[in-house]
Design a protein around this ligand. Structure first.
Ligand code: MN
Length: 344
């Protein structure tokens, strides 16, 4: 038995909301990751089996390594199919917001989302949710939206309705949001949930291979370049910074998703407890910042104070509108500002 995370009352309300709806649009955040796509397709699978008219609409491109999931080919990409997407939003009597906490997180899809007068349901694990949904199931203490969605399905008494495909999607999201259960995953119940998903017949080893062993050659050449030429290590501060410019990304035939997880790698160097990654956008003049930390050092605080961002305690990010050199200066200043804490 899992502890109560979703109360019986909440579960009943959500179950009723789902039962009353006929045309459902499932949405997730821009730059969808494994948890966003996993929770969206798990919900899609569940509602489809309930006989609902349901579509998944994502704001933009999602990485190829998530396309093995059942019905991934049915996902509609908003930035490519605006008219079609808008018609789905207009017809919807329920919009579900998965793995995001505010309308700003869907980028340009905000327009049809905010115009949509129907009921909205949020299921999410990011802090400080915005109040834009009829029902808001927000649990920042959850490791992933997929974990929360599994708990919701159980709380609604729907364990039997979790299909093999649904279980695969949920596992994929739980796995990617915890770095294959290497961070943010000390809750023993996570493993009870995995056991539950395995009883549905998932091949978890194959899911991991499907997700992680699908990268391009360019990704590893780029990583080699970064580690050899771009990584700045500050052993006295137990910290590291690296930056990648648009030119460098082009040189290594960068595709969206190719740099994913790079920020975690410097933390594998003994003694490092903070890693900052700065990556120039290939299109607009902006720098994507990614921050990871260990122990009691808050990546979130650094993201908020220096990089117009936020996130989770150990995994955060932000955006800077400046040159890559200016971004490097900002990152170095941030390290200096935390010298006392970091040098301990
Ligand atoms: Mn997530």
């Amino acid at each position: 038995m899992l502890r109560t995370v979703v109360s019986a009352q909440e579960a009943t309300k959500i179950k009723e909301m789902l039962a009353e709806s006929r045309n459902v649009v499932i949405t997730c955040h821009t730059g969808p990751d494994g948890d966003a796509i996993g929770s969206s397709l798990a919900m899609y699978e569940y509602l489809k089996r309930k006989g609902k008219q349901v579509v998944v609409i994502v704001p933009n491109y999602f990485p190829d390594y998530l396309r093995w999931m059942n019905d991934a080919d049915k996902i509609i990409q908003y930035d490519r199919r605006r008219a079609l997407s808008k018609s789905y939003f207009q017809q919807a009597d329920l919009v579900i917001a998965l793995d995001y906490n505010g309308m700003y997180r869907v980028d340009e899809m905000q327009l049809p989302l905010s115009h949509c007068r129907c009921k909205k349901l949020m299921i999410d694990h990011h802090e400080n949710p915005e109040n834009f949904c009829t029902i808001q199931l927000s649990r920042p203490e959850m490791s992933s939206t997929c974990e929360l969605l599994y708990r919701l399905l159980i709380a609604m008494g729907e364990e039997k309705q979790i299909s093999l495909h649904c279980a695969e999607d949920l596992y994929a999201g739980m796995c990617t949001d915890t770095g294959r259960f290497t961070y943010n995953s000390n809750d023993p119940e996570i493993y009870e949930i995995i056991a539950g998903l395995m009883r549905k017949g998932i091949d978890k080893d194959k899911i991991v291979r499907n997700i992680y062993n699908q990268y391009s050659e360019g990704r590893y050449r780029l990583l080699g370049h970064i580690l050899l030429n771009k990584l700045e290590l500050y052993p006295d501060l137990h910290a590291s910074i690296f930056s990648v410019s648009r030119e460098e990304l082009k040189q290594f035939k960068y595709m969206k998703g190719d740099a994913e997880g790079f920020v975690n790698i410097p933390l594998e160097i003994k003694g490092t407890k903070l890693s900052i990654s700065l990556r120039e956008d290939t299109e607009k003049d902006r720098i994507f910042v990614s921050i990871r930390s260990y122990d009691d050092f808050s990546a979130q605080e650094v993201a908020e104070k220096y990089f117009n961002g936020g996130g989770h305690f150990h995994a955060a990010g932000g955006t800077l509108y400046c040159t890559i050199d200016e971004a490097l200066d900002t990152a170095r200043k941030a390290l200096e500002a935390y010298r006392e804490t970091l040098s301990q």
